[in-house]
Design a protein. Structure first.
Length: 156
């Protein structure tokens, strides 16, 4: 007597109840300066402007701007502008890439940009060492959205 055994394949369907987070429509960035507050050092001899104008300055501060993306969509820093001065001090994306190795901020990542600001014209007796500098960061995310954020740096 012969017995025939038929094996039927079993189909297992895996289901998951884990919700998925939709991709963000726009990046969200923050900026912070460190150290903050910062103690300005005296330029001795006076610090010369790098624009070839011949202007001389009394004080210098050096620190970092940290730009962080928090929504989960990366992008590029277009510029960092110190708005207190006339003309404003502008770090372009090329300068940012030179100083940091890139101008890109990864999704949920951060970018540290070293900055140096010289200020207080030598020929201005009313120039103050203790000021609050305003920085504006312009950013374009990977979907083409442009946004900005600002931060302040207190000197003493």
């Amino acid at each position: 007597m012969r017995i025939a055994i038929l094996a039927l394949p079993l189909l297992a369907v895996a289901c998951s109840n884990t919700p998925t987070t939709p991709a963000p429509n726009q990046a969200s960035i923050t900026a912070a300066l460190s150290p903050n507050p910062i103690t300005a050092t005296v330029c001795s001899p006076a610090c010369a402007a790098i624009d070839g104008s011949g202007r001389l300055f009394q004080w210098r501060v050096q620190g970092n701007v940290t730009i962080q993306e928090t929504a989960g969509l990366g992008g590029n820093v277009a510029s960092i502008t110190v708005t207190n001065f006339n003309p404003a001090i502008v770090y372009t994306s090329d300068v940012i890439a030179q100083r940091s190795g890139t101008s890109h901020v990864a999704a949920k990542g951060s970018l540290v940009v070293p900055v140096t600001v010289i200020y207080g014209l030598v020929d201005n007796p009313a120039a103050s060492r203790a000021i609050v500098m305003s920085f504006v960061v312009l950013f374009t995310d990977e979907r083409g959205n442009q946004e900005s954020t600002s931060a302040q740096w207190t000197t003493n």
